[in-house]
Design a protein around this ligand. Sequence first.
Ligand code: GDP
Length: 298
Amino acid sequence: DKFKAGLTKTRNLITAQLQGIKLQLGKFDEAKLEELEYSLIRSDMGAANVDEIMASLKAGMKAAGRDDAEFICQNLQEQFSKILGEKKELSLQENNLNIFLLIGVNGAGKTTSCGKLAHQYMEKGKQVMLCAADTFRAAAIEQLQVWSERAGAKLISQTIGSDPAAVVYDAISSAKARNYDLLIIDTAGRLHNKKNLMQELDKIKRVIAKEAAGARVYTLLVIDALNGQNALAQAVNFSETCPVDGLILTKLDGSGKGGVAIALAKINIAPIVFAGVGEGIDDLLTFDPQAFVKALLP
Ligand code: GDP
């Protein structure tokens, strides 16, 4: 399935070690476990988390008197599942407006994810509108235009440099007047000017609270898995200034760093709700911890 395909690089990293262990069946080898530990660290689960995971694995192996790859795999699966928790889906309210506000640093995959989400909800029969509130980069508006055409969703945009909150105001008015089910807002992500960015987000949120009272709003932080451990710092940074309801973890396909999902779950800012596994319109999956764990291990 798509998770399996998307996580190939991360799985190969971990699996290489497990296969090594399998060859040693019955002849348990401490060095092999160390290699496994190293591969978990390289997949970006975080050194402290991996310490805990390995300690628990070793205790489990001792208690069960097992040292084979099958047992190790099963033990890791159980541990990862526990860390990731239950699947959390965003529920939309019927006959009322719902809003996804996508935030995150430049290049994380916000615009792309907006397009993929629009497509996904259009396929579910929802009326979806996109809003180009990243008015800082002309390319962002153009790119969202392309995605809106691909998805067949209506786009509300203004010229470059206009007030993002004003574009959001327009979009909400239009979405309400035409009874749209879902409004997806793309925002700017220039982190080097954190204060301005946060003020801009604040202003957008005030407009939403005032103009879309009664709407269900999800603030979704988009995080690039390629950023590995930096992704964690970004998540903490954003959530400190802007409460986040869910994470979209993108580019899981692009690296062997899929383990960052485990590290993100550990810091417990918000659940991962979607995962990007490619650049295509269908390459955004509802994050299913069970499917993810299965895709992570052989
Ligand atoms: P933004 O600046 O946050 O809006 O980021 P963009 O949506 O423009 O994405 C930046 C780049 O990442 C683009 O080239 C996208 O095609 C790419 N991208 C986004 N999501 C994914 C993903 O899940 N997998 C891969 N491989 N590329 C992605």
